[in-house]
Design a protein. Structure first.
Length: 100
């Protein structure tokens, strides 16, 4: 199970990294003026840091497990940004919240 989570972590980090690179190429200097783009870039950089810590074994030695899960939680915020933009997705999300 832990190996699957590691592969998913690397996969999503790669996807977000490709997204950031494409946006930087397309938007050039305008990319850095949008706060959401800076947030996305910060998440990508922090994800690289957590992957490096996980694969090097330092994360287990230093016990930084909770901070890596915080970074993973921030990745969820990227998805939640989409809820603002889509009315039908917002409706589904509100239904989910009410059902909880």
């Amino acid at each position: 199970m832990l190996a699957v989570v590691s592969y998913l972590n690397v996969s999503f980090t790669a996807i977000f990294c490709i997204e950031a690179i494409i946006k930087i190429i397309a938007l050039r200097c305008m990319y850095f003026k949008d706060k959401w783009n800076l947030f996305d870039l910060t998440i990508v950089m922090a994800s690289f840091l957590t992957i490096g810590l996980d694969f090097s074994g330092i994360a287990k030695a230093v016990k930084v497990g909770s901070s890596t899960s915080v970074i993973r939680t921030f990745r969820i915020a990227k998805v939640l940004r989409l809820i603002k933009r889509s009315k039908s997705l917002r409706h589904i999300f509100k239904t989910f919240i009410v059902s909880l």
